[in-house]
Design a protein around this ligand. Structure first.
Ligand code: SF4
Length: 357
């Protein structure tokens, strides 16, 4: 019987077909001693489907805290006693300052994130005004993450030129009810579809390390693949004090790298972006995340946690010989129907306007 990694290599690189669930389960059953071989395959698949470029994106947490929802990982929920900053939608000047900073570090995409269940009319108008101003002043591509949308709201965002909409599933269907009770997994799937139907690219991912099993992590990747997202942001849980998950242990670096590689095999043509938690979980092995199949980074700070310097990330990419993508990927990597952004575990301080998911 052929080795599971040989089967996967033939399927993805010769037959150019998606892996089946049993094929992925066979790979997941391998000892972590075989992780270098899994990583090597994930890197080959990433290069074959996506090329060597790495897409950089910065976030702004444009409205922080006081969210009525109860996502268990999130320090922005009004239900938990956390030290997150709470503020209404930032002034346009602050948004523009962050957009200019995004451009200055070489990122091509700027994501406006707000902590809400979904946008009310006044907020939506402010976001749309900000989208126009960022386009006019910086030329950056703009993404938004505004929670649950109606079709009419999605159409207005698309008409304003929002290229990509982030709405994470956060976890697989089976785990989601343990993570959130104020809205459903199907609510999230519906908004993901509404965003795509309106003509925006879908950015849809989540958080791993919230207590799910390896099998549930694989479920999650297949559920994301079924939505054929352009981008999957992969957050690694960095437990936030005061949230229900504050005592959840963090993944080991090897578990995280295994997950990144498996996501690449299941979503071969997707922008797979390392988001919140990479510094804490991967530590010295961050560069390995980009060799294990990831081809996108959030640069700067995350929504509620501080990231490392963008210059350090650019030096890492230089050392790896991976060029920065000059523009978003047009969904060009999505092939064979395979092809999803987790809201970060937390929001930026007002004094640090650029943040990451
Ligand atoms: S993840 Fe989003 S919807 Fe959930 S509590 Fe945090 S800000 Fe609100």
């Amino acid at each position: 019987m052929s080795h599971p990694l040989a089967v996967a290599e033939a399927a993805l690189l010769e037959e150019r077909r998606p892996l089946t669930r049993p094929e992925v389960d066979a790979i997941a059953a391998l000892s972590l001693d075989e992780l270098p071989d899994l990583i090597a395959l994930a890197h080959k698949v990433r290069l074959a489907y996506c090329g060597p470029e790495v897409e950089l994106e910065s976030l702004i947490n444009a409205k922080s805290g006081a969210c009525p929802e109860d996502c268990a990982f999130c320090s922005q929920s009004v239900r938990y006693a956390t030290d997150v900053d709470v503020y209404a939608f930032l002034d346009l000047d602050e948004v523009l300052e962050a957009a200019h900073a995004t451009k200055a570090v070489g990122a091509t995409q700027f994501c406006i994130v707000v902590a809400v269940r979904g946008p009310e009319e006044r907020l939506l108008r402010k976001v749309i005004d900000a989208v126009h101003a960022v386009h006019d002043q910086t030329g950056l591509e703009v993404a938004c993450s505004l929670g649950i949308l109606t079709p009419e709201q999605a159409t207005r965002l698309a008409d304003a030129g929002v290229r990509r909409y982030n709405h994470n599933l956060e976890a697989c269907r089976e785990v989601f009810p343990q993570i959130c009770t104020t809205h459903t997994y199907d609510d999230r799937v519906e908004t993901a579809r509404i965003a795509m139907d309106a003509g925006m690219e879908l950015c849809c991912g989540g958080i791993i390390g919230m207590g799910e099993t390896l099998s549930q992590r694989i479920d999650f990747a297949f559920e994301l693949a079924a939505l054929a997202p352009c981008e999957v942001p992969l957050n690694l849980l960095d437990p936030r004090p005061g949230t229900p998950l504050e005592d959840q242990g963090v993944l080991s670096p090897r578990e995280a790298l295994q997950a990144i590689a498996l996501f690449r095999l299941i979503l071969p043509g997707t922008w797979l972006r390392l988001a919140g938690g990479r510094e804490r979980v991967l530590g010295e092995l961050q560069a390995m995340g980009l060799v294990a199949g990831a081809n996108g980074l959030i640069v700067g700070n995350y929504l509620t946690t501080t990231g490392r310097s963008p210059d350090d990330d650019k030096a890492m990419l230089d050392a790896l010989g991976m060029p920065v993508a000059e523009g978003p990927g047009e969904g060009r990597f999505v092939v064979d129907g395979t092809g999803a952004h987790a809201r970060p575990a937390q929001a930026p301080k007002r004094s640090i306007p650029v943040t990451s998911r």
